[in-house]
Design a protein around this ligand. Structure first.
Ligand SMILES: C[C@H](O)[C@H](O)[C@H]1CNC2=NC(N)=NC(=O)C2=N1
Length: 96
């Protein structure tokens, strides 16, 4: 099972990401993606779903029209792990 990141490793990983922030009162990170339209938003979600299954790590997310709100945390570990940083990086890549 993935281990929770040490505070200094978490800080370094966050520095490497763009647009992600720590969630208040919870060891999790979040980002809001805004796309051109619903098709682009849903296409993004479909591509992320395939990656999620591949790495067995899944987002908490919601979609309203062209906006996708994402929260990442590792439930099994009770906090942030390398898997969250990996999924965040992949999501940014897939969002283009
Ligand atoms: C059994 C399975 O590997 C686990 O339940 C995985 C699946 N996807 C997961 N996704 C996330 N975000 N956190 C988890 O702890 C987690 N656990």
């Amino acid at each position: 099972m993935a281990e929770r990141l040490k505070p200094e490793d978490r800080a370094a990983a966050m520095q490497a990401l763009t647009g992600w922030h720590m969630v208040e009162n919870r060891e999790a990170i979040a980002k809001t993606y805004r796309f051109k339209d619903f098709i682009d938003a849903f296409g993004f979600m479909a591509r992320v779903a395939i990656v999620s299954e591949k790495i067995d790590h899944h987002p908490e997310w919601s979609n309203v029209y062209r906006t996708v709100e994402v929260t990442l945390t590792t439930h099994d570990a009770g906090g942030l792990t390398e898997l969250d940083m990996k999924l965040a990086t992949e999501m940014d890549r897939l969002a283009g």
